[in-house]
Design a protein around this ligand. Structure first.
Ligand SMILES: C[S@@+](CC[C@H](N)C(=O)[O-])C[C@H]1O[C@@H](n2cnc3c(N)ncnc32)[C@H](O)[C@@H]1O
Length: 231
């Protein structure tokens, strides 16, 4: 199995930023106590489709799912596929649990913590889709190594994605947009599918708006939608 730690020791090996906000209400705490343990990615062992879902189904992985609305939408759209989402922020995990309960989604597994820790336990080429939507921008140049779009995490994503399958990246941050194009364009293991500007300025129909994207649009930001195929 490929690990990101060996790939690029200077890149994100730990989480940055906060992990909890507002205190939970009783109903939210009940979701954490009852539903989360049932659908949490196990602490040990291979993170494979058969280990998580008991069968061999196409797997999707979302890095930093925020409030989980994209993850839940995709899981609802593709009930025969398996979805794994990771995010460190408790209130976001609670929001995702709420979507999972409300939509009766049986095909989602969550990890509250670093996505890369779980990603590296997947068998190589196990994934059909990887989603990275509005990653933290880390706008200062001296923090650029914390950006998820860096060769360490990308090596890991490349290893876990099956050739011919998709890595979706969305951002509303102009610095991140240019950075991502620079980093992705010099890689030989991903091809960018865009043929015209319309392809990256228009959200694909099966790519729902996230909470963060909605906020960005309200603030008048442009949003870029990148789709790469693992070669
Ligand atoms: C700007 S928010 C976007 C959230 C969501 N994708 C959306 O579009 O609404 C970025 C999220 O990535 C999460 N994040 C940062 N590093 C992460 C990591 N290593 N593993 C999982 N999530 C991470 C942060 O906690 C934060 O919630």
């Amino acid at each position: 199995m490929t690990t990101h730690k060996s790939g690029d020791p200077t890149t994100l090996n730990r989480l940055y930023g906060r992990s909890q906000g507002k205190p939970l209400r009783a109903g939210q705490q009940a979701l954490v106590d009852n539903l989360l343990p049932q659908i949490a990615v196990p602490e040990e062992g291979e993170v494979s489709s058969s280990a998580l879902f008991g069968d061999d189904r196409p797997l999707h992985f979302e890095i930093g799912f925020g409030g989980g609305e994209h993850l839940a939408y995709r899981a609802d759209l593709l009930p025969d596929h398996g979805f794994v989402g990771a995010a460190p922020f408790l209130n976001g995990v609670v929001a995702a649990l709420g979507h999972i309960r409300d939509a009766h989604l049986a095909n989602v597994r969550l990890h509250m913590g670093d996505a890369l820790d779980r990603l590296e336990r997947l068998p190589d080429a196990a994934l059909r889709f990887v989603y990275l939507l509005h990653p933290d921008p880390w706008p200062k140049a001296r923090h650029a190594k914390r950006r998820m779009v860096n060769d360490g995490p990308l090596d890991l994503i490349a290893a876990k994605l099956k050739p011919g399958h998709e890595f979706r990246l969305g951002t509303d941050d102009p610095t991140y947009c240019r950075w991502a194009m620079m980093v992705m364009n010099r890689r030989h293991d991903f091809v960018w599918t865009a043929q015209t500007p319309r392809d990256f300025l228009t959200r694909p129909d099966d790519w729902p708006e996230t909470r963060y994207e909605r906020k960005a649009r309200r603030q008048g930001h442009e949003v870029w939608y990148f789709t790469y195929i693992r070669v």
